[in-house]
Design a protein around this ligand. Structure first.
Ligand SMILES: *[C@@H]1O[C@H](CO)[C@@H](O)[C@H](O)[C@H]1NC(C)=O
Ligand SMILES: *[C@@H]1O[C@H](CO)[C@@H](O)[C@H](O)[C@H]1NC(C)=O
Ligand SMILES: *[C@@H]1O[C@H](CO)[C@@H](O)[C@H](O)[C@H]1NC(C)=O
Ligand SMILES: *[C@@H]1O[C@H](CO)[C@@H](O)[C@H](O)[C@H]1NC(C)=O
Ligand SMILES: *[C@@H]1O[C@H](CO)[C@@H](O)[C@H](O)[C@H]1NC(C)=O
Ligand SMILES: *[C@@H]1O[C@H](CO)[C@@H](O)[C@H](O)[C@H]1NC(C)=O
Ligand SMILES: *[C@@H]1O[C@H](CO)[C@@H](O)[C@H](O)[C@H]1NC(C)=O
Ligand SMILES: *[C@@H]1O[C@H](CO)[C@@H](O)[C@H](O)[C@H]1NC(C)=O
Length: 289
């Protein structure tokens, strides 16, 4: 339709615009009378106040119903993962390799474990409780200082010959290396609930049977004592430490083996092929020279 209209000069356009801004005939500003502007402003002001109010109210109710001590959102994972230290992952596999004639490669392994165990230093653990062994440590109330719950002590020395105390090389200066196995935390998880039996570690040789003489566990029997369960969360138990099991592998012959360490408990799964670290960990250990 524009082609039918006569071409207007710039001056006319400016005049039209000027009238839009302030039309003295109707007394309107930008197409509305000041009175209408006041009404429309008030309308939007009220609209936004109500919207903000509703939004704040819903956020407040949400926060009010959330208990900071128990995460509302729990992981779908109900069975704990298992990790091995030193964690020397090579692509998908865990390969613990050190050279018997290379001190640096041995130090690398042992210094990893030394650092890992810093939080388990007997002096540091003195602030935690000596719990009654062999039973869950159920705490319904917050009796520890600062509205928290108590944590049980796990001393480095409980790892015996794999504690790094007598042998700071953790066996990596020879053919009896130690690895440390940790089970991940799951809030309120009770391993073997109902049986009164503690979960324990069972390591089996998948390949290289002839290269392993014996496997020793620390603490004895590879037990994760029941007193470390349940775990109530970081906020409730700020000084909680995961119980550990150390495994000393006595290597012979070519000193190369593939080992699977599984935490045995009736409510810990380990056969899910999509969760390779669920309930177990598989690693290779090699000590060439
Ligand atoms: C544990 O901590 C104490 C005090 O900080 C320290 O003297 C000691 O060397 C530590 N022990 C180990 C094995 O790191
Ligand atoms: C806890 O046990 C350790 C080691 O057995 C001991 O040295 C310490 O005195 C005990 N602490 C308490 C509070 O009983
Ligand atoms: C720890 O090692 C020493 C020396 O190698 C050995 O005599 C002792 O029996 C070991 N202790 C355990 C509990 O295996
Ligand atoms: C490794 O070190 C420990 C402690 O320092 C020592 O008792 C042991 O004899 C050493 N082993 C080898 C094979 O050198
Ligand atoms: C553990 O067992 C008790 C009773 O034996 C039961 O009340 C509780 O719900 C169980 N807890 C879990 C996490 O299965
Ligand atoms: C450890 O696992 C192996 C292989 O599954 C099994 O033969 C052995 O009995 C288990 N040992 C314990 C103490 O559960
Ligand atoms: C280890 O297992 C044996 C045999 O099942 C048992 O007699 C012993 O009391 C256990 N030791 C510990 C410290 O749990
Ligand atoms: C182990 O170290 C020695 C000396 O550093 C070296 O000659 C040898 O090739 C190394 N072995 C392996 C398997 O890396």
């Amino acid at each position: 339709m524009a082609t039918l209209k006569e071409k207007r000069t710039c001056g006319q356009k400016c005049e039209d615009f000027g009238r839009f801004v302030w039309n003295s005939d109707t007394g309107s500003l930008f197409g509305r009378t000041p009175e209408k502007w006041v009404y429309i402003s008030l309308y939007y002001l009220a609209f936004y106040v109500i919207m903000t109010g509703l939004f704040s109210l819903s956020i407040w109710t949400l926060m009010y119903t959330l208990d900071p001590y128990t995460p509302d959102y729990q992981d779908r994972l109900k069975s704990p993962g298992v990790m091995v230290y030193p964690p020397t992952y090579i692509e998908e596999d865990v390969i613990l390799s050190y050279n018997l004639s290379n001190k640096a490669s041995q130090n690398k392994m042992s210094s990893y474990l030394t650092n890992f165990l810093k939080g388990y230093n007997d002096t540091v653990q003195q602030s935690n409780l000596n719990c009654t062994r062999g039973q869950y440590f159920i705490q319904d109330e917050f009796k520890a200082p600062g509205h928290t719950k108590y944590s049980c002590r796990f001393d480095q020395s409980m790892l015996g010959n794999c504690s790094g105390l007598d042998d700071p090389t953790f066996g990596y200066n020879g053919t009896q290396p130690c690895v440390i196995i940790k089970m991940n935390r799951i809030i309120r998880f009770l391993p073997n609930n109902g049986t009164g039996v503690a979960p324990y570690l069972n390591c089996t040789i998948l390949s290289g049977h002839s290269n392993v003489d014996t496997i020793e566990y620390f603490p004895k029997n590879g037990t994760f004592d029941l007193s470390y369960y349940p775990y109530y969360g970081k906020l409730a138990q700020p000084s909680y430490v995961n119980p550990l099991v150390a495994v000393k592998i006595h290597l012979i012959n070519t000193r190369e083996a593939k080992v699977q360490c599984r935490v045995v408990a009736h409510n810990i799964a380990y056969q899910d092929s999509y969760e390779p670290y669920q309930g177990k960990v598989v690693f290779q250990i090699k000590a060439p020279n």
